[in-house]
Design a protein around this ligand. Structure first.
Ligand SMILES: *[C@@H]1O[C@H](CO)[C@@H](O)[C@H](O)[C@H]1NC(C)=O
Length: 179
């Protein structure tokens, strides 16, 4: 029931955005995310979400960036087996802010982006009256420069997480045989 309401809210926001006149879109801010991506690292203030087989231990493979939404194709492991997962996120009126439904409701922000190299998101998950904070680092390749990983670590530490709250995805997590 609650999920239904959230979905309606999200659809509403997507519609509102749809009829709004686009303005002030500088070229350098218009970073199209479409294409192949890999999850490099995840961090959370609730490790149960991102430990092995955690609901947010998702390996990103591909993004399609449309004007009002982005689609993500992920794989996730459950009982040792890889499953495909396709998710849609709706852009809101706030710059770099997105909404999606998955394991509750999520609001996330793309905080760092270099479209040919990496992007980072900060995500708030709302599930059963609990709010969880998460960070993710994605790379165009399976590895990113050490400096980018350091920046990601700094982002996490600046938000009261510890180094042990960061996990780096392994080949096992990435379910590469499915990709
Ligand atoms: C991003 O690029 C893809 C293909 O290159 C295109 O189909 C899509 O419309 C673009 N998205 C935006 C938001 O410009």
């Amino acid at each position: 029931m609650k999920q239904m309401k959230l979905l309606l809210l999200i659809m509403g926001l997507a519609l509102v955005r749809g009829i709004r006149v686009q303005h002030g879109h500088c070229k350098e801010h218009n970073q199209n995310l479409t294409g192949a991506w890999h999850t490099i690292a995840l961090a959370s203030n609730d490790m149960s979400k991102i430990r092995r087989e955690g609901v947010f231990r998702m390996a990103l493979h591909k993004v399609t960036d449309k004007n009002d939404k982005i689609y993500g194709e992920f794989t996730i492991r459950k009982n040792g087996r890889c499953h495909r997962l396709s998710l849609t996120a709706y852009k809101t009126d706030k710059e770099h802010q997105y909404l999606s439904l998955y394991s509750g409701a999520n609001i996330f922000y793309i905080t760092h982006i270099k479209r040919n190299e990496y992007f980072m998101i900060t995500l708030y998950n709302y599930h059963k009256n609990k709010k969880t904070l998460m960070f993710a680092l994605y790379g165009r390749n399976r590895e990113v420069r050490e400096e980018i990983k350091e920046n990601f670590k700094e982002l996490c530490l600046n938000n009261n997480l510890n180094e042990r709250d960061i996990v780096y995805l392994t080949h096992f997590d990435r379910c590469e045989e499915l990709a």
